[in-house]
Design a binder for this molecule. Structure first.
Ligand SMILES: [Zn+2]
Length: 185
């Protein structure tokens, strides 16, 4: 099914029913809006997004950088400052106006509590080679105590490196199920 924050030790990272966010944008937010709609359509009965017009109040700050001004990857930055390592409630979504919808769906996945699928613990399928990418390359380096397995490995996860998630326009059903499981919805 998926891989996400360990809510046994991370109870403060569980979202309520409403996720408030503030958007700071210099150029356009079209792909962010598409990605948010894609998640919103699947989470609808249980989790809602609510945009707040003033900065400093919302639980999530979304910054959509102008690509001509900024280099580096898009990321979910939790308070620990590590990309994708401490997903869940609270933090900043750093995006670029040229990000593809699939990339933004992936980053919102971190926001919702999902970790990288290739980092799953003790899962042979997550450490096999797919395409040109070695799944589990990060497993070999270190483990992520904040995350745990939910069900079995999902090769179609929006959170899986090397799966072509950048081309997708919606999260996988199991990604949604994992978000509900993590947030106890
Ligand atoms: Zn990621």
């Amino acid at each position: 099914m998926g891989y996400g924050i360990n809510t046994d030790i991370q109870t403060n990272k569980i979202w309520g029913s409403v996720i408030s966010f503030y958007v700071q944008v210099t150029t356009n937010r079209n792909n962010f809006d598409s990605a948010l709609r894609a998640w919103g359509a699947t989470l609808k009965p249980k989790i809602f997004f609510s945009e707040i017009a003033q900065p400093g109040i919302a639980e999530v700050t979304v910054i959509i950088h102008n690509t001509t001004m900024v280099t580096g990857s898009s990321s979910w930055r939790s308070p620990d400052g590590l990309n994708g390592r401490d997903p869940g409630r609270g933090g900043t979504l750093n995006l670029k106006d040229t990000d593809r919808v699939g990339t933004i769906i992936h980053e919102i996945g971190h926001m919702l509590g999902l970790c990288h699928e290739q980092d799953r613990k003790n899962d042979a399928r997550a450490t096999s080679v797919r395409g040109n990418y070695l799944f589990g390359h990060e497993v070999a380096k270190r483990s992520w105590p904040n995350c745990k397995n939910y069900g079995s490995f999902n090769p179609n996860s929006i959170m899986l490196y090397g799966s072509g998630y950048e081309d997708k326009t919606a999260p996988d059903q199991d990604d949604v199920r994992t978000v509900f499981e993590i947030n106890k919805k």
